[in-house]
Design a protein. Structure first.
Length: 230
């Protein structure tokens, strides 16, 4: 922000469109509400998917507990545990992909809303003192909108995200599957523990690499970038 309170912008002012300011504000507000509604529906659907995944995982544990009571930890338990864990991991991976895609979409929706705020400020620069979210459509602007202008490290935002939650759950399941397969193959307890840990860490590493590749690039070419050093 400049000393006069006018939002910084590297673009020259747009030529007058001849459309009344009230009509422009109405059109921008309609688009803003459309983006908000899309964002709300997206995360509602994602939370439903996560709930289904956790329900299936919980039900699988109940089934394994009942089988153990009936037949012990024999061949039937090993086969069923590997099958159910595989199914939970596949379902969890698909859910994680959906959460990841929704996170990318969410960032792009925030880019759109930041651009709309830039348009609001072009119509009335005095509104800048009333905004807690950003009007810049680069990565710094998106992060400011996510944190509502509060001081928060990007690492804290990533670690506490829904994507990281799903990655950790799937990592635990992947490690458990690796350990179950190693145990069914007749290896010793130490080897089972090592294989389980390596499998889980490998799954987590691949997941984080994919996520970093997606979020390490600009979502959309910035038209209203933040001021240098802001």
């Amino acid at each position: 922000m400049t000393s006069s309170g006018t939002p910084p912008s590297s673009r020259p002012p747009a030529p007058p469109s001849g459309v009344p300011a009230a009509v422009r504000a109405q059109l921008l507000a309609t688009e803003h509400w459309s983006l908000l509604a899309t964002r709300g529906m997206t995360w509602s659907e994602v939370m439903g998917r996560i709930a289904v995944h956790l329900t299936v995982a919980s039900a699988s544990l109940v089934v394994l507990a009942l089988v153990t009571q009936a037949s012990g930890f024999g061949t039937a338990f090993k086969v069923l545990s590997i099958g159910l864990t595989s199914a939970v991991l596949v379902l969890g991976t698909l859910t994680g992909v959906r959460v990841h895609n929704a996170s990318v979409d969410d960032a792009e929706l925030l880019v759109g809303m930041n651009r709309l705020r830039a348009a609001y400020l072009e119509m009335d620069p005095t509104l800048v003192d009333y905004l807690v979210t950003s009007w810049h459509d680069d990565l710094a602007g998106v992060m400011r909108t996510y944190t509502m202008g509060a001081e928060r490290r990007r690492l804290s935002h990533v670690v506490g995200s829904t994507s990281m939650f799903m990655a950790i759950v799937n990592t635990i399941v992947a490690g458990t599957l690796g350990a179950l397969i190693a145990d069914a193959a007749g290896t010793g307890p130490a080897v089972v523990a090592v294989i389980g840990a390596v499998t889980g860490l490998a799954y987590l590493g691949v997941t984080l690499a994919v996520a970093r590749r997606s979020f390490g690039r600009p979502f959309i070419e910035a038209r209203f970038p933040s001021a240098p050093g802001a």
